[in-house]
Design a protein around this ligand. Structure first.
Ligand code: C2E
Ligand code: MG
Ligand code: MG
Length: 766
């Protein structure tokens, strides 16, 4: 059994084949037949009927079937309205021809034929193509208008002007005859827009477009022959064959859509080969103007001159649009459609140049996505692109017109806000962006979450006329967010600027703005002073006395910690050597100085330290250097050699903040440490929390197992001191005993300590 749908599709092919045969027979006969008259005309119109009728029938089937999507169905409904109107007109014409011979012109059938053109125009205009932006649609319109304006000129010269000038013709005839080329012009306009829109389904729209084009050419030829040469094409002439060809091509279009392309397949857009059309039209129109202008009267030239003016205007508009488009392309990020880096820099420069208006302020945001790289790496670039696009649309939703949102590259974005009522308004926008960009992006069955770090910079005197600095400020603020935990925004302050701050820090060393404070280290439980830790402070000219927490990390990052560390060591040794000379009880005191990871990594460190000891006269065996655990994380050969060399000098080595880093315990054995400092975080809860107690207890045991002295940091009360004593921790340091103090204050304190006690116990630390 043949399935029903296969049977019906065979029937369909057969019907089209019959129409094709009729068309072919008609073609042969019309070329070979000699006579004209009503009989020939009846034969002509009858021969065209199968194609026209079948087109309408298949069109109906197409529209009523379920192979079309909403947009394409809309287009085919209009097209089919035109087909149905055509078939009605054709049948009416045949009836009239058979009943009363030649019908009058323009008669009912002519009006029916003419009425089929507007729905055809609408149908062609509605043919779906790839979605376009407003600018693209506008460009398309101008392109189509240029082609039509060119055709208008030709029409005016060849058809309409001579028609209007024909003597003794019924005005109704003139109007209707002029209407045919005008409606054809509309069809031409629709066709050009179709070609320029490059829709998919090349065969279907190719046949339909071909049919329309051939019909327009045939209509035009008929009227030109009539008005220019008073030649009337007889019903059996070749021109009727051309019309019939147009009918058959239209049938093929519908058949193709219905039969051949029922199964959807990847649509290939029409290649970009029709973009020359507007320019072709311009060249042809001007050529015609020159040709005609040689020997014509001004009357028939009138329409063409107007046409030329319109055309020139359109070309200018088109060029301006093209220019704008290419500029727009050059400054647009292709993935997100936001401004690109060049455009953002341009906007910031514009903004930086303008003098501030009243109390309005200007701001730049630099936005960096948090955790974007893993999305790209794990889920692929398509997922990454989806996130970037979602971020772009969230940004568009938050900013207002006049502001510019841009993508600088990778996962870095920017917003330029040239006119804000207040700084608070900018902060509100930054907050909204942070919240909007926190919403996860749906990609397939994945939920992709990113966050953002936003750096906000406001224009000030330093950035007026300096767009690069303006952006650099936003960058500094953004990095500060990245450093301090991400997922929020931060407004630029000069203190955040590491470059500026690095320079400032280095100057601080040169300007003697640094000071060393000293905190006693005591023996537990007695509290006798056995050592002292040197801690740096910065006596900032405007911000007051700064603790190391405010600048050491940055100094570590930029490398300024090397000169700072050297300075601290020299200064501490110098002062301590002075105490040794002045107070006998200071002889046995150990001086501990912090050494940063950068310093430990520095070649020649041992020589620098030996030189400082030499210079200040402080004995090496009284010095203890504190290294943080990070130094021990993965020490290379050179570092190990350097640490060994320091130990060889007789210098003691302590692990600072023990228990907070990730150092492998094995290094405690490999490296020549002498002491271990238990971090304050363990000590804080020791008296109240059993777990903290147990861990600290274990640390003390561990240190003892490695034969290291143990110093507990941050002891703030008697209970903590008691607990540590019970565990067997030998030494302590903390506010409970003494806060860090300036050198002279420490000297004064030394004065109060009995000579004997300090000396007798001092040997036991490290
Ligand atoms: P650190 O070496 O662990 O120094 C101990 C810190 O704990 C000091 O903070 C000290 O003032 C504080 N401290 C001592 N007892 C108590 C207490 O009972 N309660 C509390 N809450 N805090 C206590 P400071 O002076 O702010 O130094 C912080 C860190 O900066 C130091 O930690 C050290 O890592 C670093 N640092 C200080 N001076 C230098 C230096 O000259 N060079 C290097 N590279 N780093 C330094
Ligand atoms: Mg320390
Ligand atoms: Mg510490």
């Amino acid at each position: 059994m043949v399935p029903a749908h296969a049977r019906s599709s065979r029937l369909l092919t057969a019907a089209v084949a019959v129409a094709g045969v009729v068309f072919a027979v008609f073609m042969v006969m019309s070329v070979t037949a000699g006579e004209g008259g009503t009989r020939a005309e009846v034969f002509n119109e009858l021969a065209r009927l199968p194609s026209i009728a079948l087109t309408a029938g298949l069109g109906l089937r197409l529209v009523l079937g379920d192979g079309l999507d909403r947009r394409e169905r809309r287009s085919w409904i209009w097209l089919n309205a035109a087909f149905v109107m055509n078939v009605t007109a054709q049948i009416t014409l045949l009836v009239q021809l058979l009943a009363s011979g030649q019908p009058s012109f323009p008669g009912l059938t002519d009006y029916l034929f003419a009425a089929s053109i507007p729905p055809m125009v609408v149908g062609v205009m509605l043919v779906p193509a790839a979605p376009r932006s407003r600018a693209e649609r506008l460009k398309l319109l101008v392109d189509a208008l240029i082609v039509v304006a060119g055709a208008c000129m030709a029409l005016w010269y060849l058809e309409i002007a001579p028609l209007l000038q024909m003597p003794g013709v019924d005005p109704q005839v003139i109007v209707f005859s002029a209407a045919v080329p005008v409606t054809d012009l509309l069809l031409l306009f629709a066709l050009v827009t179709l070609l320029l829109r490059r829709p998919g389904r090349i065969a279907v729209w190719g046949f339909l477009g071909g049919g329309i084009l051939i019909k327009v050419v045939a209509d035009t030829t008929y009227i030109i022959a009539l008005v220019q040469f008073t030649v009337v094409f007889a019903p059996n002439s070749w021109l009727y064959l051309v019309w019939a060809t147009a009918d058959f091509l239209t049938l093929l279009a519908v058949y193709h859509r219905l039969h051949r392309e029922v199964r959807p397949r990847a649509e290939r857009p029409l290649p970009q080969r029709f973009t020359w059309l507007p320019y072709g039209a311009i060249v042809a129109s001007y050529a015609m103007l020159v040709f005609v202008g040689r020997n014509e009267s001004l009357y028939s030239l009138g329409g063409m001159i107007i046409g030329a003016i319109v055309l020139t205007g359109l070309v200018i508009v088109r060029q301006v649009m093209a220019q704008r488009e290419s500029h727009e392309l050059a400054v647009t990020d292709p993935l997100t459609g936001l401004a690109n880096r060049a455009r953002v820099v341009e906007r910031v420069a514009e903004m930086a140049r303008q003098a501030p208006r009243g109390d309005r302020c200007k701001a730049v945001f630099l936005i960096d996505l948090d955790h974007f790289k893993p999305i790209n790496d794990v889920h692929g670039h398509e997922a990454g692109d989806a996130v970037l696009k979602a971020v772009a649309s969230a940004m568009r939703a938050v900013i207002r017109s006049g502001d510019t949102a841009g993508r600088l590259g990778g996962d870095e974005f920017a917003v330029v806000l040239p006119s804000l009522p207040s700084r608070e308004a900018a902060e509100g926008i930054a907050q909204r962006l942070v919240e909007a960009l926190r919403t996860p992006v749906i990609f397939g069955d994945l939920l992709l979450s990113v966050g953002v770090s936003i750096g906000v910079a406001f224009q000030d005197e330093s950035t007026t006329n300096d767009p690069e600095l303006f952006l650099a400020h936003a960058d500094v603020a953004m990095y500060s967010v990245k450093r301090s935990g991400r997922g929020t925004f931060c407004v630029y302050r000069p203190e955040l600027d590491s470059r500026a701050r690095d320079a400032e820090l280095r100057e601080a060393v040169a300007n003697d703005e640094l000071v060393v404070h000293f905190q006693p280290v005591v023996r537990l439980p007695e509290g006798d002073q056995v050592g002292v830790e040197a801690l740096v402070r910065w006596n900032h000219p405007t911000r007051g006395l700064l603790m190391p927490g405010a600048f050491i990390e940055l100094a570590e990052e930029t490398g300024a910690v090397i000169p700072i560390g050297e300075w601290v060591l020299r200064e501490a040794c110098r002062q301590a050597a002075g105490w040794r000379q002045e107070y006998p009880q200071a002889q046995s005191l150990k001086l501990t100085v912090n050494l940063s990871a950068r310093q430990v990594a520095q070649a020649g460190l041992e020589k620098t330290i030996a030189a400082i000891l030499d210079e200040t006269g402080f004995p090496a065996d009284r010095l203890v250097l504190e290294l943080t655990e990070s130094v021990l994380l993965d020490p290379d050969e050179a570092t190990m050699a350097r640490v060994d060399a320091l130990r060889d000098l007789g210098i003691g080595l302590a692990v600072d903040d023990f228990g907070t880093g990730y150092a492998a315990l094995s290094y405690l054995r490999i490296l020549p440490f002498t002491a271990l400092k238990i971090d304050r975080s363990f000590v804080t809860d020791i008296a109240t929390d059993a777990d903290a107690f147990a861990v600290t207890d274990a640390l003390v045991r561990l240190a003892k197992a490695y034969k290291l002295s143990v110093v507990a940091e941050g002891i703030e009360n008697a209970e903590q001191a008691q607990c540590l004593t019970n565990m067997g921790c030998g030494f302590g340091q903390g506010y409970y005993f003494a806060r860090p103090m300036a050198g002279p204050a420490f000297a004064e304190r030394l004065e109060g300590i009995p000579e004997t006690s300090a000396q007798s116990d001092a040997e036991s630390i490290t």
